[in-house]
Design a protein around this ligand. Structure first.
Ligand code: RUQ
Ligand code: CUA
Length: 635
């Protein structure tokens, strides 16, 4: 491309940036609370919004909202409509509040990292409906994926696969939870661990799309297949449903396939008018692996599109694509480009017909590019900076507009022949600058509820009291039950919200106690249930302790070791009463376990410091909680 076109793109981007900055409001001072009553004794908008979101003391919310915590590495849980933050689920980062990352098991899961970049939570599904079993979440930084069991809201597995770099297009679950997606956002030399300089980017660097198999019995994840891809940046994804079940979709940018040192990727990756949606037939990929057509590379079954046809296709999409979302019926595939003021709708039937007719524009690294005009249904003029789309189940779609700081509501097909497409954009609501993702109630399922939408902001307009340069994030609750969208609540979210999912509260039934005889829970072989079983055993330089905790003491309450010993402590909380958690912290040893009723946790460490160290219960458990302590003596 010429220097001139580059300058143009650069200019356009700068204009967008300036526009955006111009919209930032100044810091907030406390405002007088506005009256809830409008003129003439009418109930004002504020009063009806308050009524719509107020969950009275003792009442419960209607939905769970799970939103990712970005580089906090966590998932946050709120209720809808109150938007109250009620829990934090630590996934990729330690969280002393629940003792996560301190016991052997969670430490091992974290794999030596103490953070992750969690972006897109995805719920397990049965027949295209959220079934409330598991929640999946990706780590964009370390290329990982995790599973949370919604029976106890705890992270049960963190998985890494080879050859993938920056897993962003994840975690999008198939209609019957057969697979969850993973994909490379930032291509690197292939196979994993190869060295090649960035000037060999176009040829030596590769992307990967992967299908992670989910065990239907217990949710356990394992690698199903990988597909070798050109070095584009694979961004967002979604799984098909109904007529598109069997397909996975990912947007990609930088189809220019270059990384020029000092060249500004934002400029070099914005040259082409269109990039692509990658579409993968996961059943065909699964079969190709079963038929022995994959090559084993760094331990992974990798399919090469040059050798294995009919597993992957590209669909052109303007421009620097970000979100791709499948409509509730599964017929419409909706893609948005950050630098195009339109959202493009594709018909899965046209896509299938184009594949059958080999209606291709070109082939890139063995992957056919479907002819745009044959598969596109319509381009909808939604507005500036479209990112993500959600649905209400009543035939409407909602697209977030980053640059415009708004949500556009528009109608899904069918459209009248030759009609002015502007008429199908039926409503727009401004939100706090700048919006990234948005989510509707049960929005990724085949039957969204059509009542609530949460707009998650990227940059904040200062919707809260000022707390310094780290402006509190904001998530806005929007009522989408009527023709016009209505902003009804401004909530804080912990940094930094990316995607979220909303599930009906009555679909979950979490336990409050690990019942001693509940076969669902894997029992630790080191659990003990009485003072009599409590003991300390020494084997050479290893001291192993089986400890029991109950209101309000530990048994044993004195542990004597020698400096340099390896110490293994198993603590069982034998309580069977709700909210009777006990902590176990050894001062100055950086040990902090929190053990739920009926749970056993193990910590292994070296007694490196000599002296006498108190240990105590960190979780308030009874009137005599302060007395719940003991001593760890290191000679
Ligand atoms: S991204 S603001 Cu990580 Cu989900 Cu679109
Ligand atoms: Cu046990 Cu506090």
């Amino acid at each position: 491309m010429t220097k001139r076109t580059r300058t143009h793109v650069w200019l356009a981007l700068s204009v967008i940036a300036v526009l955006a900055v111009g919209m930032v409001a100044c810091g907030k001072q406390p405002t007088k609370r506005r009256g809830a009553r409008g003129a003439g004794g009418q109930t004002s908008d504020i009063a009806s919004a308050a009524l719509a979101t107020y969950v009275a003391p003792g009442d419960l919310d209607e939905y769970y909202l799970f939103y990712s915590g970005g580089h906090s590495g966590q998932i946050f849980v709120s209720g809808i409509p109150s938007m109250r933050h009620i829990a934090t689920i630590p996934v990729f980062s330690p969280y002393p509040g629940t003792g996560y990352g301190f016991d052997d098991e969670s430490k091992e899961m974290l794999g030596g990292y103490n953070w992750g970049d969690s972006h897109h939570p995805g719920l397990s599904e049965t027949d295209g409906e959220y079934d409330g079993r598991w929640l999946f979440i990706n780590d964009n930084a370390q290329g990982r994926i995790a599973r949370i069991d919604l029976k106890d809201f705890k992270t049960k597995q963190i998985m890494t696969i080879p050859n993938i770099s920056a897993n962003h297009g994840s975690s999008f679950v198939t209609q019957n939870s057969e697979y969850v997606t993973m994909a490379t956002r930032m291509s690197v030399p292939f196979p994993a661990g190869t060295y090649a300089d960035v000037d060999e980017y176009a040829t030596k660097y590769k992307g990967i799309a992967a299908g992670i198999k989910i065990d239907p019995e217990n949710g356990h994840m394992s690698l199903g297949w990988e597909i070798l891809l050109p070095p584009f940046n694979y961004d967002l994804g979604d799984s098909g449903k109904g007529p598109s079940d069997g397909y996975m979709f990912w947007t990609c940018y930088n189809s220019e396939r270059e990384f020029i040192e000092g060249g500004k990727l934002e400029v070099t990756a914005s040259q082409r008018d269109k990039d692509f949606i990658l579409m993968v037939d996961w059943r065909a990929a699964e079969k190709a692996v079963a038929d022995g057509r994959a090559k084993t590379v760094t331990g992974a079954p990798v399919l090469y599109p040059e050798d294995v046809a009919d597993i992957a296709w590209f669909i052109p999409l303007a421009k620097s694509p970000h979100g791709v979302d499948v409509s509730p019926t599964g017929q419409w595939i909706v893609g948005s480009g950050k630098l195009s003021p339109t959202t493009t709708v594709y018909d899965i039937e046209k896509i299938k017909a184009a594949i059958a007719a080999k209606d291709f524009e070109e082939t890139i690294d063995g992957i056919p590019v479907l002819t745009y005009s044959s598969v596109r249904e319509a381009e909808i003029p939604v507005g500036l900076g479209p990112l993500h789309t959600q649905f209400d189940g009543k035939g409407y779609a909602y697209t977030s507009l980053f640059v415009e700081s708004a949500v556009a509501k528009w109608k899904l097909p069918p459209y009248e022949e030759g009609a002015d497409m502007n008429q199908y954009v039926v409503d727009k609501i401004p939100v706090a600058y700048n919006i990234g993702h948005l989510v509707t109630a049960e929005g990724d399922s085949m039957s969204p509820d059509g009542n609530y939408l949460v707009a998650l902001n990227k940059l904040s307009k200062g919707r809260h009291l000022s707390v310094g340069p780290s402006i509190p994030e904001s998530a806005q609750l929007i009522d989408i039950s009527g023709d016009k969208m209505k902003l009804i609540y401004d909530a804080f979210t912990e940094p930094e919200p990316h995607y979220a999912v909303i599930i009906k509260a009555d679909k979950l039934d979490p336990v409050e106690v690990y019942k001693k005889d509940d076969p669902y829970w894997h029992k630790s072989p080191d659990a003990i249930w009485s003072v009599e079983e409590a003991r300390i055993e020494r084997r050479g330089k290893t001291v192993e302790v089986w400890m029991m905790s109950v209101r309000s003491f530990f048994a044993p309450d004195v542990i004597r070791v020698n400096k340099g010993d390896e110490v293994i402590i198993h603590v069982t909380n034998i309580e069977q009463t709700r909210d009777e958690l006990h902590g176990f912290a050894i001062n100055e040893y950086n040990i902090n376990l929190v053990i739920d009723p009926g749970e056993t946790k193990t910590v292994t460490f070296t007694a490196a410091k000599e002296g006498v160290f108190a240990f105590y219960c960190t979780n308030f458990c009874s009137a005599l909680h302060q007395e719940m302590q003991g001593y760890f003596l290191v000679k």
